[in-house]
Design a protein around this ligand. Structure first.
Ligand code: KIV
Ligand code: NA
Length: 275
């Protein structure tokens, strides 16, 4: 099990931090077996597991439910849980109560929050209360309605400067790592060299201190359209649909179950039974 300090050490040794999302027991088990450094219970579960078209529908109860299953599947991996939409925007008291629930009730190690500005006091309060925080900047899916769609962020000098300032403020507020989503690789490089805390990129090029991808995207598992920054490493849909089709066909053709899948009474017992 790693700690926040280990991630700083990886950065200082120029070793990449590997983060993968997981949402349930089997995916968490696989990611732990693959020896990723961190598991993110992302609110992307709203899209890839629950079938919503946005992460804003994901609730505290959803996050708690899934994070508990992930901890059971990955007892020895550092787990970060996303704080869902509107769970860290009201009072600092609400934020602390929600953050505490996500840690205490699930056994996760840290929480992740999107944005800077008005979120900064919430980051400070969480860290002060003993809850490690990961920041998430660049494309922040919980505010995609305001951003005007899933677009690359920081493409002009002015918005790049704003992101550069924001990441520094998040570091000052006490975040121990920062996820950078969908920003130009030169900006991600500049951020990664100017911050002392590690950056974990998704659609941010190769120069970040680590990378994160969504489990379902890596494995092509039930996803429809994927962004440019995704690389598929396996085709689960093909493999799994083929397996399911074969099962359906074997049942219809009376090929399953075979003798080896069935329980059999001994001859003598049969005789006693039917005379
Ligand atoms: O919810 C999620 O999966 C995320 C990653 C894309 C960073 O926030
Ligand atoms: Na997220």
């Amino acid at each position: 099990m790693k700690s926040t300090k280990d991630f700083w050490e990886l950065k200082n040794q120029s070793k990449k931090i590997v983060m993968v999302t997981a949402y349930d027991y089997p995916s968490a088990k696989q990611v732990e077996q693959a020896q990723a450094d961190v598991i993110l219970v992302g609110d992307s579960l709203g899209n890839v597991v629950l079938g919503y078209d946005s992460t804003i529908y994901v609730t505290m109860e959803d996050m708690l439910h899934h994070a508990k299953a992930v901890r059971r599947g990955a007892p020895n991996t550092f787990i970060v849980v996303d704080m869902p939409f509107m769970s860290y925007h009201l009072s600092v008291r609400d934020t602390l109560l929600n953050g505490a629930r996500l840690i205490q009730e699930t056994g996760a190690d840290a929480v992740k929050v999107e944005g800077a500005d008005e979120v900064l006091p919430h980051i400070k309060a969480l860290v002060k209360a003993g809850i490690p925080v990961v920041s998430h900047l660049g494309l922040t899916p919980q505010s995609v309605a305001v951003l005007g769609g899933f677009k690359v962020q920081g493409k002009d000098a002015e918005s790049a400067k704003k992101i550069l300032e924001d990441v520094k403020r998040c570091q000052e507020a006490g975040a121990f790592a920062i996820v950078l989503e969908c920003i130009p690789q030169q900006l991600a490089q500049e951020i990664s060299t100017s911050l002392s805390i590690p950056t974990i990129g998704i659609g941010a090029g190769v120069h970040t201190d680590g990378q994160v991808l969504v489990y379902h995207d890596i494995l092509t598992y039930g996803v429809n359209r994927v962004p440019k920054f995704v690389k598929s490493y396996a085709n689960s849909d093909e493999l799994m649909t083929k397996g399911l089709r074969t099962y359906v066909s074997e049942v219809r053709n009376k090929l399953f179950p075979g003798d080896q899948h069935s329980y059999t009474l001994k001859e003598e017992e049969l005789k006693t039974l039917y005379g």
